[in-house]
Ligand binder design. Structure first.
Ligand code: BES
Ligand code: MN
Ligand code: MN
Length: 462
């Protein structure tokens, strides 16, 4: 595949401009105000797959947003790669912290991306990374380098829990049959050191509501005599971690897969600078579970975090009030072999039980999913490693990520195939944050590396 590099060089301006067009459509799945934009994005993805050379592309209706299915079958006897990605994006707020508007993509340079990065919501997560696969397909079809069959499944609800995708996968097992699933929706260590994600955390996401008196009260007349739901909620949340930052929910750690000393020693070999980590976040020190280092705390250990908390008076000035209700959104990141539904139950039971008599507690589960780990001796992993080694000049390092793509565990269960997570983003690309961006270097390297995965996967499958 000598000419992939030159093909990318020749077409890079168009590749960048096409991605910029896709990024202009605000496909925010969480907010119904954007629903027409989400649907328009599905249409744009369909068109791009048709142009890139799929023989069949369909917009598949679901109870939620549509899923785009595309395929190019060259020989039923050859292996089939199933590419998964998502075209929906996170909400862009807080808007005032963006240095340029989130849906008006611009190229700017940064210390880490001296050759430029595209700034826009979804640039890295996941429109940019998904589109690398569309352009890699274009190259393979245009130059007669497609060595096997390929299927695409691009969804529009990943950022809100992939409910329709689970529905779709359960109903289309035959259509989605494949030998390996390929996803670019994760990151790598740095532009000099590629890595392959071998694990993802699971998730249990809940909302809690604490109710005290039947109405908001004067905090002088009633203060001190009744339970203040906000005080109580804060106390209850604080009690969910002990002084060593272990989670106190009974049974929470029962199924956690502990790593051996050898596995932890292997993990510690990945390049990591605590000083740089702290400097990048402008914090004096890190914080977390006793007995584990930073790279373990954010990958192989489960966590519990409040994502939002509200109640009472938050407007201008002061209002002396005891609110009737207080709320919080809480996420628990889980590791193999914790069962997310079981953890949701344990949380609910415990959180309800620690409430004092003066309040009532309601726990509403949002969504969740299982974690994932994949071995490094599979053909898929070896093929990915060969591809990275060729384009980066150094082998990839296996890394367990702290993020979640719950659908990956479902793919294994329903479609019986392994997923290879070939990510090209960087942690500093600010996904889900203001000023999300994706390096031009990363985008083009991804397009170069993906066809090599196909090549080596087919070679190693023989
Ligand atoms: N692409 C991310 C997940 C990710 C990013 C994994 C970087 C590993 C490295 C995905 O779009 C995402 O944001 N997932 C959500 C979970 C989902 C159920 C809303 C997450 O991890 O918070
Ligand atoms: Mn994503
Ligand atoms: Mn995301």
């Amino acid at each position: 595949m000598e000419n992939i590099k030159s093909y990318v060089q020749q077409h890079k301006d168009r590749f960048i401009n096409e991605l910029i067009e896709l990024l202009k459509i605000p496909s925010v799945s969480a907010d119904t105000a954007y629903s027409q934009d989400v649907i328009d994005t599905a249409e744009a993805v369909k068109e791009s797959l048709t142009k890139a050379g799929c023989d069949l592309v369909e917009i598949c209706d679901t109870p939620g947003y549509p899923i785009i299915y595309g395929e190019k079958i060259i020989d039923p006897n050859l292996p089939t790669v199933l590419v998964y990605g998502h075209y929906d994006v996170q909400p862009p707020d807080p808007l005032e912290l963006w240095t340029s508007p989130p849906f008006e993509p611009v190229i700017k340079t940064t210390d880490i991306h001296p050759e430029g990065a595209i700034f826009a919501r979804g640039a890295c997560d996941d429109k940019g990374q998904m589109y690398m696969h569309v352009k890699a397909l274009e190259y393979m079809v245009q130059t007669n380098n497609l060595p096997c069959n390929v299927k695409f499944m691009i969804e529009g609800e990943e950022e809100v829990g992939s409910a329709s995708l689970a529905w779709f996968v359960q109903r289309n097992q035959e259509k989605l049959k494949n030998d390996v699933i390929l996803i670019s929706d994760t990151g790598m260590i740095s532009n000099q050191q590629p890595s392959i994600t071998t694990g993802l955390r699971g998730l249990s996401y809940v909302e809690v509501e604490v109710t005290g008196p039947n109405r908001d009260l004067h905090s002088g007349l009633y203060g001190g005599a009744v339970a203040n739901p906000i005080n109580i909620l804060a106390k209850m949340i604080a009690s969910l971690h002990d002084e060593d930052n272990h989670i106190t929910i009974p049974g929470f750690y029962d199924k956690v897969q502990e790593l051996s000393a050898e596995e932890r020693a292997e993990m510690a070999k990945a390049p990591f600078s605590l000083e740089k980590y702290k400097n990048a976040l402008n914090i004096a020190d890190v914080y977390g579970e006793k007995g584990y280092v930073t790279n373990e705390r954010n990958s192989i250990r489960p966590t519990l975090d409040v994502n939002g908390i509200w109640g009472g008076y938050t407007g201008e000035g002061a209002k002396t009030v005891i609110a009737s209700k207080a709320f919080a959104k809480i996420s628990m990141r889980l590791v193999p072999n914790q069962e997310w539904e079981e953890i949701t139950e344990l949380f609910t039971k415990h959180f309800t039980s620690i409430a004092p008599a003066g309040v009532t507690v309601k726990v509403t589960p949002h969504h969740g999913g299982q974690g994932y780990v994949t071995p490094i001796d599979s053909i898929g992993y070896q093929a990915a490693n060969k591809a990275y080694t060729e384009t980066f000049g150094v082998p990839a390092i296996p890394v367990r990520s702290g993020g979640s793509i719950p659908i990956v565990a479902l793919f294994e269960k329903e479609l019986k195939s392994k997923t290879i997570l070939m990510g090209f983003g960087l942690d500093s690309d600010a996904i889900h944050s203001p000023n999300e961006h994706f390096g031009i270097f990363n985008y083009l390297k991804g397009i170069e590396t993906i066809p090599l995965f196909y090549k080596y996967f087919v070679e190693l499958s023989k």
